[in-house]
Structure formats: C-alpha cells, structure tokens
Design a protein around this ligand. Structure first.
Ligand code: NAI
Length: 699
C-alpha cells in the first residue's frame, strides 16, 4: 500500500506515500480508504488528518494509470472522496508543496483544510484536454467563489495557497500554517479542536451562485472561445462550473462526469495526453540509466557569432551560465554581440525582461579571438560555416586547447557527427547539439549521439537541455537527423503536387487547415529556398535515381529565395510577413507542367494532406527501423516542437495511429500507383507494414 497509517494520541494520520508526487493510483487510494476504516473503528481516535509524504500533498492522478481501466478500479477517486465525506470523524487535509488535480479534489472532500504557505494549488486537467473529473468543477466554485474557481479550472495554472487564502469569503482553506515546517503540528491541533464539532462541514453543502448569472457565463464563454484554439475542453469547463451554480450538487456531479468521459474520447485529449507522456519519455534513453553520472557544466564557449551562435549563447545566458564567444574577426564579434543586445532590448521594451536581468545576462557574456582563452570552458558548441573543412579546422583547435573532460559539441544540421568526432583524439566527448532557428526561441534541440559519444556526455547534455528549457530529443547520426530527414520527403511531395496541378497557395492552405502553423511553401520562403536548392544539387549527384520535382530549382534560378529577397513562392512587402500570391510564379509552374506534357488534375485537400503527412510517417517508420530514433513518440516531439505540427493532432506518428495504420498503408499503396509520384518511396516501411498487418500501432 502506498499510504501510511499512524496514530498520534487521539488523531490518526494517513500519509500518502507514492513518490514522486503521491499520485492517486489504485494502491494509494486503497491506502486512504483502509486508513479511514481503521480510524473510524478505533475508539481512541477522535479525528483524522490526511497529508502527503515528501515533495507533495498530491500531484493528482497517477500517470502510470493514465487512460487505463486501473484509473477507475474501485475504490476510484470519486468513491474515496465519498468515503472521506461520510467519515463519522472529521477529516482534515494538511496540504503542502503541491496540491493539484485529484489531490485538490480529495482535499475538497475533507471537512477541513489547512495549507502551508507557498503551496502550488491547481486543477490542471484542461491541459490534457479534460475537465476535473472527481468533483473539482462542483466543489471548487463552492469553496472559492465562482469566478476565481473558473479562472483556475479554465487556465489549469497553479496559484499559491496564501494568495487563495486572501480571497474574500473563501472557504477553501480554514487556516494557513505559519510555515511548512509547522504544518504537521498545526494540522494535529486543528483536528483536535474540531473533533467534537457536529454537524461536520462539507463543501458540497455550501451555496454556489454568481450575482450576474447568465450574463457572466456568456461573457466567460466568449473569452474562452477566443483562447481555446480549437480545443473543446475550455468551453466545457465553463459549462461544468455553470452547472455548479444551477443544478443540485449530485446532478452537477453527474453532469461533470458525462463531460469528463466524453472529453476522454476526443482526439484532442488523446493527443494532449500522448504529448504529456512523450515529453517525459524524451529523456529516457534505453541504454543509459537515469542515475548515470553527469559532468558539471559551469561555463560554455560558442564558436561563431552568426545567426545560430548568437541565439545559442542567449539560451545559456538566460539560464545564468557564463558564455564566451569566439570569432575570427573583431567585426564579426561586435556584430554578433550587437544582435544579442538588440534581441534583449526588444524584450525589455515589450516588458518581457527587466532591465536589471538584462544587465545581469550581458555581464555573463564575454568574447575572444583566441582559442587559448577557451581552456576553462566545460562545454563548447561550434556554430561556424557548414563546411567539413571548416569544421575540421575548428575541432582540431578545440582538441588542442580544451581541458580534459570538456564536451565538444557541433550545431551542424547536415554533416556527419562521427566524422567531426574523428578530427579529435577524444571522440567520446563529441556530440551534436542541433538547435533550431531562432535558437533562443525554438523549443526543439536534437541531441545527435555519435558512434563513440560517451554515456555520461549524453546524460549531461540531456539534463542541460532541460536546464535551458528545451525539449531535447536524441537522434542517431544520419543525413538530416530526425527532423530534416523527414521534412525532405514532405518537401518532395510538395513539389510533386505542384507538378500535378496544385498551386503553392492550395497546398499551403490545405495543410494549414489541417493545423500546421505554415505550409511547405510559406515555410520555404521563411527558411530560404536556396537552402533546399543546395541540398537538392548535392542529392542530384549523390542519389541520381531519387525523383525530384524541378519546379523549386526554376524558382531559385529566378533568385526568388523567399522573404530575405522579398520574393519566393510568394511576394513580400518589406517589414511584413504576409504571403502575397504571384501570377508569374503560377505561370512558371504551369509552363513547366506543359513542358513535361502533364495535364493538370484537380487534387483534393484530403489527398494533399495525406500525401504530406503520410510521407512524414513512412520516413518516420524508417527512422525507427534504422534506430535513429528510439521511440515513435520522440519523432512526434521533434515535429511538434520544431516543425509546427498541430498540437491537437499529437505528432505524425500518433496521428497515424489514430487514423489506423491499416488505413495509412492502404493510402500509401494508392499513392504508389500514381505515375507522377515516387512509387519506390511509397512502399510502406517494413516496420509500418508489419504493425499494420498485426493490427498494431506505433505507440
Ligand atoms: P552564419 O553564417 O550566420 O554564422 C557562422 C559564423 O561563424 C559567422 O559569423 C562566421 O564569421 C563564423 N565562423 C566561420 N568560420 C569560423 C571559424 N573558423 N572560427 C570562428 N568563427 C567562424 O551561419 P549559421 O546560420 O549561424 O550556421 C552555423 C551552423 O549552424 C552551421 O553548421 C549550420 O548548418 C547550423 N545550423 C543552422 C541553422 C539555421 O537555420 N541557420 C539551423 C540549425 C543549424
């Protein structure tokens, strides 16, 4: 059992003990009900305290039971709360550190609540596409007042206990303890002081009204609609809280339950729950135990103060880690530091960064022109020109000067990290850290594990990724790593679609309607079409039998590189990012089609979306087979955090699972029969074919 039962004089204490955050899994729930039975049966016990061991009162549902039948196995949380309410002896919740979700719902079922100051209190279910499902929407408005309760339920954000205790008329906390240390003693004293009070107070019996009633809820609905971005749960939070003001308590509970179960089945909630788990799973590397020792990173050096070097540096400055940037010339250093300064100043202007914080960060930054100044750094990240020769020279220098045990990282986006490692006499210390542009903004960090990269280096950089607030995903060494290797197939499909009859706008619109932040052609214009051009030119000689549309090359031959040249697939007005369709580009596409003897056909949005998304899925499956990614959910995180894949669809691999792999394979077979497409590419990856045949899924 994961709850302990102890008796302190005339008070029984039930201590939730299910590390790390006392999740309310089946064994813990049983521990609570057993404790209540024992306490009620013991004549020497006059009152009961429920509290949590370690770092939390309770963080809520046990994620190990997420979505499984075990979550509802009796006693489920609703039954536990009912048992608390029906206890013949008063139950006091002694709340500290973290009290969230089911943990708060349990506390709301208790007769009294005392909280330590500084405790984070929340009903975060909305973040998983749900509403609280064990009375949270019915009890919190009664205890706290309708408006503050709805704010908490709709936002899912934590609020500090002492802030909540200041709300006028609140009945959530009967007392705030003097300090976290005195909570246990004060809870025992409170329990003793109420031991004989009858009838015992219950939150369910408190009145629940809003003075403006309908008008307030109409206002709340309008507010929520604007912010919900296509997710159904926030509006349902409003419905449930409104029910608390209009229905009898038990009817409100049933209403909440109906909504909760309906939301549980939505694809949006499934996606959010998948992402929650996928995010935690990124840091688990199959052959690297969680307790692998880490190297200490107290200072960082960055080579190259260009687009990436500057952004990369900012991440570490923001985390309070000193950075030294090296360049070849003073002008390049000055330019790089100037850009960092400008970025911070923009944040200060917008009120997002305080002046003193800005100064503190800049004070952590230093520059040099000499490698001999870098010897003290624990980690060096190279972000120089993307040429093997340049990388070779840099890594030979780094090998010469860096202290033993320092980590040598490259931000290369296309080059072979194993080769880069071989330029040094310490390949075990070399790793790829592939940031995305703008590196101070984008959440994704691909950690490229070389053949010889040491396990403690991997453990160190994964932890460091967390410290600089990135989603770090491990990739093996291959051309393009996870993200760009997949995007190449997606881009190729975009080209075929143009040749067959689409306009860039049609393709972009279709995939943007699906939920992508930006379609492939707008994305090309933003990133620079010349980058893809350079890669294709390399491919034409490296992989001569790979099929490509040449339309994008024609565009580049016209110098239409995208936003930076004011013209790409679309036109751009200086200072604005709006993509304006261009008739000449459309004509260029049509002429090319005619020259190839292709009669254009009308292509449905559905086909566009399937070809683009399933190309990601098929390449993703190959990436799994090749062991470049260790799990499908890592691929999803790369696409969600780095490529604008719609959050509510959970990433390409999760999306394929939801569509059903059988259906995905059928569609691929259809695409393979299209003579304009690449039949070889559309052969389902063996892993995908196998899972589909077994009726299985990636996850
Ligand atoms: P950039 O051209 O903006 O900056 C490169 C900087 O490195 C320049 O300031 C240059 O003076 C300096 N540099 C060149 N050789 C040097 C040397 N031997 N010693 C010291 N400094 C030297 O290039 P960018 O875009 O920052 O790219 C850098 C690296 O990051 C490349 O490997 C690139 O593939 C990779 N990358 C770029 C992304 C992007 O979106 N721009 C995204 C992810 C990775």
């Amino acid at each position: 059992m994961t709850a302990e039962y102890t008796v302190h004089g005339d008070v029984a204490v039930i201590t939730l003990n299910n590390p790390p955050v006392n999740g309310l899994g089946h064994a813990t729930r049983l521990g609570v009900t057993d404790g209540l039975v024992k306490a009620n049966a013991d004549a020497a016990v006059k009152a009961i305290v429920i509290t949590g061991a370690g770092k939390a009162f309770s963080g809520g549902a046990d994620i190990k039971e997420f979505g499984s039948p075990k979550a509802m196995q009796e006693p489920n949380l609703l039954s536990v709360i009912l048992t608390v309410e029906n206890s013949a002896k008063p139950v006091v919740a002694a709340i500290h550190s973290v009290c969230m979700g089911g943990g708060l719902e349990l506390a709301l079922g208790c007769h009294y609540r005392i909280a330590a100051p500084g405790c984070s209190v929340a009903l975060p279910e909305v973040k998983l596409g749900l509403i609280p499902g064990a009375g949270g929407t019915q009890r919190l408005p009664r205890a706290l007042g309708v408006e503050p309760a709805l704010n908490m339920i709709v936002s899912g954000e934590p609020v500090k206990s002492e802030m909540l205790a200041m709300l006028p008329g609140q009945k959530l906390f009967d007392k705030i303890a003097a300090s976290p240390e005195s909570l246990a003693e004060e809870a025992l004293a409170l329990a003793r002081s109420v031991a004989d009070v009858r009838p015992m107070p219950l939150v369910r019996n408190l009145p629940c009204k809003h003075p403006q009633g309908d008008a307030y809820f109409q206002f709340a609905r309008n507010m929520v609609k604007g912010m919900a971005k296509g997710f159904p749960a926030p509006a349902k939070c409003v419905d449930a809280v409104e029910a608390a003001t209009k229905k009898k308590f038990d009817e409100g509970m049933l209403f909440e339950r109906e909504i909760f179960i309906a939301l549980m089945w939505t694809s949006e909630s499934a996606a959010l729950r998948h992402i929650f788990m996928a995010d935690r799973a990124t840091s688990k590397i199959p052959d690297i135990p969680a307790d692998t020792p880490q190297r200490e990173i107290k200072s960082v050096a960055v080579i190259g103060a260009g687009t990436m070097g500057g952004g990369i540096s900012m991440n570490f400055l923001n985390a309070g880690i000193p950075v030294k940037i090296l360049e070849m010339k003073q002008e390049a250093l000055d330019r790089g530091v100037g850009t960092i300064r400008k970025n911070y100043e923009a944040q200060v202007k917008k009120g997002k960064l305080k002046q003193d914080k800005y100064e503190q960060r800049m004070a952590l930054l230093s520059t040099t022109l000499s490698y001999d100044d870098l010897t003290g750094a624990d980690l060096v990240i190279e972000a120089v020109f993307e040429e093997m020769g340049v990388k070779e020279a840099v890594f030979k220098e780094l090998d010469r000067v860096m202290k033993p045990g320092a980590i040598l990282a490259s931000n290369t986006s296309t080059l072979d990290v194993n080769r880069i490692a071989s330029f040094t006499k310490r390949p075990q210390d070399v790793v790829g850290l592939h940031f995305f542009s703008p590196a101070n903004v984008m959440k994704l960090l691909e950690v490229v594990r070389g053949e010889k990269t040491a396990k403690d280096v991997m453990a160190t950089v994964m932890a460091l990724g967390k410290k600089i607030k990135k989603t770090a995903v491990v990739s093996g060494v291959c051309d393009g790593f996870i993200g760009n290797r997949m995007i190449e197939q997606y881009g190729r499909q975009g080209g075929f679609l143009l040749d067959e009859g689409c306009t860039p706008q049609q393709v972009d619109k279709a995939i943007e309607k699906f939920g992508f932040a930006m379609g492939p052609f707008r994305m090309g214009d933003l990133a620079g079409n010349d980058i893809g051009w350079a890669i294709r030119k390399r491919r034409y000689t490296e992989k001569p039998d790979m099929k490509y549309s040449r339309t994008a090359d024609l565009l580049c031959e016209k110098g239409r590189f995208g936003q930076k040249t004011g013209a790409g697939w679309y036109d751009y007005v200086p200072g604005k990012r709006d993509a304006i369709p261009n008739a000449e580009v459309v004509k260029m596409i049509e002429d090319h089609r005619a020259a190839l003897g292709i009669t254009p056909r009308k292509i449905s949005d559905e086909e566009i979306v399937q070809r683009l998304v399933f190309s990601l899925v098929n390449e993703g499956a190959r990436i799994l087979e090749d062991g470049i990614a260790s799990k499908a959910s890592d691929i999803d995180m790369v696409y969600l955090m780095g490529y604008g894949f719609p959050i509510y669809r959970g990433g390409p691999m999760h999306y394929a699972d939801r569509v059903g792999l059988f259906n995905v394979v059928q569609a691929m077979n259809r695409f393979a029969r299209n003579p304009m497409d690449d039949a070889k590419f559309w052969q389902p990856a063996p892993l995908l074919a196998k899972l589909a045949a077994e009726g299985n899924s990636f996850t």
